[in-house]
Design a protein around this ligand. Sequence first.
Ligand code: ADP
Length: 480
Amino acid sequence: MSLQNLDNFIKDTVEPYQYQELIELVPEVIYKISTDGNLISLNPAFEKITGWKVKDWLNKPFIGIVHPGDIAKAFSKFQQSVKGERISDPYELRILKKDGSYIIGEFVSAPLYENNQIIGKIGIGRDVTDRKMAEERLNKLAAIIESSDDAIMGQKLEGIITSWNPGAEKLYGFTAKEIVGQTVLKIVPEDKKEEFYQIMEVARIGGSIDHLETVRKHKDGRRIDISLTLSPIVDSSGEIFGVSEIGRDITIQKELERRKDAFIGMASHELKTPITTLKAFTQLLMQLESKKNGTFFKYLSKMDEELNRLTELVTELLDLSKIQVGRLALNKEKFDLDEMIKDTAENVQGITKKHKIQIDGKSEKVLFGDKRRLNQVLLNLLTNAIKYSPEGDKVVVKVLPDNNKVTVSITDFGIGIAKKHQLRIFDRFYRAAGLSEKTFPGLGIGLYISAEIIRRHGGQIWVESIKRKGSTFSFALPLK
Ligand code: ADP
């Protein structure tokens, strides 16, 4: 309540004898200071706001309760009032609380009269600390948004843009003036509209989207690769009334990725021919060598083994680039799943003496799928199970048929995978990079390829694992 309002209120509605009652009720501090600068009256609100007792400060200089940095200002306002001036524009002073902290008070004041003589000043102060702090926080946030390189915008739930920072101007080409009040669809390319409706639906029910790689449209029509983060904006009653959207330009990153993919595709393709030739000549030499127990044959066998590893690596890289360009073809046929599992397990058993590969259960199903590719998945999961359980002595393959699907799971008792890595383990080039894992060779693309093969068969692949206890990788394939 301003001093003016209080004056009018009292004049219009209150009998003079009720002044005192009112002064005791108001939440603002009402105070009087004598011309010599001592506090001569304080209402109960003073105690509530500052924690002091009224008697702690009565007949003491008011300056004592003002923050040292604000004393000059407080004194000048005091002088203005005792010279007869009314100060109706609120001014702020920091006031000492009993606990040693300061509140921010907002004051208006006027001369205090008695028999037409000025005997000091009367004033009203209110605690605006919370409001000021909130304003300061908002200002800081606003400054961050203004100076951010990311495109930050606010939108209503129906997709109308409500705010647009300079980062967004730079990235999308529209000025805030041009686009605020317009629909976000202006920057969404035609082929991304469906996705846009889906993510808005997620935001509408309070969900967030984290770093979604997508495409937006510049004012000049050019496509921009961005990483998008979306969160709902909630009002004080908890109701969602809008969405905040942060877009980061990832054009350069994407271009580098495209170049890297092209390079991997080209390099693995170029490597394939000389490796095949080397492999053919090595095998020929092995056949020509008559002393199968001799040193010469032993060295040739070693070469042959390493060439197998090299072929595997190059094949993985080739598969990877096929996936990247959407050219991983499937040759589907009918085949006996149990037989395939048995054959693969036997083959893998041939390369490990330490681990016993045990098969539990049978599917008794004929599957329709790409046998060679599904075999590749099983082989990858089995070799991983062995590779990542150097201390283990067993790998269990469980086959679990169901009405409309069959689930195959491979359990090892090895190093396990920490929870934080489990979600990303099927990503391209992702390796759980703990210290111990550094000793295991690999490119981190086997699981990515496996996941793609299973996905292309309409199935699912997942992992359950406990660090240092072991892992179970499972895949489920639909039965048609
Ligand atoms: P690579 O084994 O060549 O690194 P993969 O794509 O097959 O690539 O596996 C990705 C990562 O997943 C591995 O680097 C490893 O950290 C983790 N991983 C895969 N299988 C297992 C397993 N059975 N136990 C523990 N970690 C595993």
